[in-house]
Structures are given as C-alpha cells and as structure tokens.
Design a protein around this ligand. Structure first.
Ligand code: FES
Ligand code: FES
Length: 156
C-alpha cells in the first residue's frame, strides 16, 4: 500500500507517495526527474546507481524508499554549487576520466565518500574503494588519476 514519505535530496525537501519497498533509484529518476543517477545492473553489483545517504555510499537500485525517509541524500545533481563544479567533478573533467560516462555519476559520488574519509588516498586505497564501481569502458587509469587530482583540488 502506498504511503507518504518526506525525503531530503540535495538539501531540498520532497514529499513522495510510494510503496515503501520501492527502490530509491526509481523515485529519483521517475518521480523527481533526477536522472543523473544511473540504472545499471539493478541488483547492487555495478555501482552506477551510487548515491550518498548521510554521507555513506548506497546502491539506490536496492535501497527502499522507506529507509531513505528522513535522511540526507546526495545525488550527482547536488554536487555543483553556484554554477561551479565540485572539485571531484572538475578533476574527472580535467583528466577526461570517462568515455560513455554511464558509470561517472556513481564513480564521482564514490570518490566524494572516499575523500571525505581519506583526503590523500594511496593508489591501493583508491583501487580497493572503487572496486564497488564498474566501468564498462575500462577507464580505470584515467579514473585513478582523476581521484588523485581531486584530492589535490579539494582543499578543506
Ligand atoms: S544499478 Fe545499482 S548497483 Fe548496479
Ligand atoms: S565511462 Fe563508460 S562505463 Fe565508465
């Protein structure tokens, strides 16, 4: 049965009527037209749908809307500020760390979560962390460079 949920997405409140077990990804893309979050495997394996929930990575394809209610959700649309790309977005652009770009929103949000925890990660730490995000275009060398560049750009 449908219920009403209050969601905070990219700092904005949204009210959504939905079945409680509906995936957050569907609500983002279909109800709220936030299509930056991508549908890949649909079963928590590829990371294309990665969003941050209270700063933690989650697969929006398997994350039920009832768990998202009342929490702070960050999608790729929420990263840029005042017309300026987030440093991680800028670094991916500078390094051209994408080909088709399908994995990129998830890859970038995953990188944000990594750099929040490890501002200067090693190659090994980056590889291990981004193991959760697949790039079918095999852009991994450029992605690795982009993460290092982002770490330099993102002065906190
Ligand atoms: S679409 Fe969610 S992990 Fe692949
Ligand atoms: S750039 Fe195409 S899947 Fe990563």
């Amino acid at each position: 049965m449908k219920r009403q949920f209050e969601l905070t997405i990219n700092g904005q409140r949204h009210t959504v009527r939905s079945e409680p077990d509906r995936p957050l990804l569907e609500v983002l893309r279909e109800d709220l037209e936030l299509t930056g979050t991508k549908y890949g495997c649909g079963e928590g394996q590829c990371g294309a749908c990665t969003v941050l929930v209270d700063g933690n990575r989650e697969h929006a394809c398997t994350f039920p809307i009832e768990k998202a209610a009342g929490r702070s959700i960050l999608t790729i649309e929420g990263l840029a500020r005042n017309g300026q790309l987030h440093p991680v977005q800028q670094a991916f652009l500078d390094e051209q760390a994408f080909q088709c770009g399908y994995c990129t929103p998830g890859m970038i949000l995953s990188t944000v979560a990594l750099l929040e925890r490890r501002p200067r990660p090693t190659d090994a730490e980056i590889r291990q962390w981004l193991n959760a995000n697949l790039c079918r275009c095999c852009g991994y060398p450029r992605i690795l460079r982009a993460v290092h560049r982002a770490a330099r750009l993102w002065q906190r």
